[in-house]
Design a binder for this molecule. Structure first.
Ligand SMILES: [Zn+2]
Ligand SMILES: [Zn+2]
Length: 156
């Protein structure tokens, strides 16, 4: 009774901040969406759907890859999660939706955040600002993807 009075708490979602995020994009805070988004907000690993499923199962949640995929798609469509493509063709997911760049491992597809020096970023922005000679395209932003080998693949 007292809980319902807060107006934001949902029986299926233990985290108020995640519930608020989901509701702000018109998504019902189901248990699966809540656990998924909470997990993605807590990691910098840019996991694949399979890896996320493994983690959620490790936390004791009974969930299949199909359900995880379905709910990830809803979160991506709602703009709460970014979909990235790894070099292995598998999608990876990032709950950090701010503008930032990535490094991708050529061997295993792992993705990590990439901090570009401010000078590099500014030069890129200058190079792509406004209308360029690309058939009158209006260029608005750059996104850098650097390829390489992750520490684990380098060790092999
Ligand atoms: Zn790797
Ligand atoms: Zn990222």
């Amino acid at each position: 009774m007292a809980r319902a009075a807060t107006g934001i708490r949902h029986a299926e979602c233990e985290r108020d901040d995640v519930t608020v995020l989901l509701r702000s994009r018109g998504l019902r805070p189901t248990k699966a969406r809540c656990r998924l988004l909470a997990h993605l907000l807590s990691t910098k690993l840019h996991p694949s759907a399979e890896e996320i499923t493994g983690s959620l199962r490790g936390e004791g949640m009974e969930v299949g890859v199909a359900t995880v995929y379905q709910n990830l798609n809803r979160l991506v469509d709602a703009g709460l999660v970014r979909r990235l493509s790894g070099s292995d063709g598998r999608s990876r997911f990032d709950a950090d939706i701010s503008a930032h760049d990535h490094a991708v491992c050529e061997s295993c597809g792992r993705i990590t955040d990439l901090e570009l020096e401010p000078g590099v970023k500014r030069a890129l922005d200058r190079a792509t600002a406004g209308e360029k000679d690309l058939g009158q395209w209006l260029l608005t932003r750059t996104s850098v993807e650097v390829r390489g080998l992750c520490p684990e693949c380098r060790a092999h």
